[in-house]
Design a protein around this ligand. Sequence first.
Ligand code: ADP
Ligand code: MG
Length: 271
Amino acid sequence: MSDTPGPAPSPLGDAKPDVVLQVQNVTKSFGPLKVLQGIDLNLHAGEVLGLVGDNGAGKSTLVKILSGYSPQDSGRLLLDGEEVRFRSVEDAAAHGIETVYQDLALIPQLPVYENLFLNHELTRFGPLKVLDKRKMRELTRQYLDDINVNVPSIKAEVGQLSGGQRQAIAVARATRSDAKILLLDEPLAAMGARESRLIIDLVRGLASSRRVSMLIIDHNFAHLFELCDRVNVMQNGRVTIDQLTKDTSLEQLTELMISSYRRQLEQAASS
Ligand SMILES: Nc1ncnc2c1ncn2[C@@H]1O[C@H](COP(=O)(O)OP(=O)(O)O)[C@@H](O)[C@H]1O
Ligand SMILES: [Mg+2]
């Protein structure tokens, strides 16, 4: 595999003043299957970075490594320039990395405000540790207002909300604490145009107002183009294209991807 392409040159050059997360030469195999063959990727402060690649390209595998769910085989992760090794999802969260999974992880039978505080419930001091529901409701109202998320009522059960509203609650929950980095694995999957719009606006708002850095996986190039400051393309276990969206058009990016695939097919055929 000597003729597979190396890391894509960064459109930002060597200047990395505000890189919050660096992924260096990360590999991961499942048995004989080499899924990640040396991933290099940089995430900047307040940036929305899109990650695309075929089904099975290893995108979710990378997210699981970054979220502390499973370790890489080799390579390094650096947070603000310091190498980190996460022992668990909780450990990654303690470092400011939160993940919104495809399968949401909300509890449909609980109201919005309890979901927002899931595993971080506020309790009052007293002989019995009681949940401070009033406080939780107050903070929920405040935070959802802050980030412009509208739900019919914060006492509504999450199961009664639309898919877009549920996803918005999942994003709100992940960012309510001090998340610096938010990983979103296909947050727009199975969402209609209006619902996607809700999430796209939320993500853009969080990136600019709270300087949260986002890594977003999505199949839809048009979505990504609108959502992201930069797009990385994963092919054959590596990042092969790293492109600022402002410097390119949707058509150019699509063409870039197609020609990159073609090149790799030719290389594979001739090796
Ligand atoms: N825990 C696992 N055990 C074995 N194979 C896995 C595991 N997780 C993912 N894979 C395989 O790794 C490849 C990449 O999967 P994934 O990261 O989910 O891709 P993507 O998210 O880009 O569609 C697939 O071939 C998948 O079957
Ligand atoms: Mg996936």
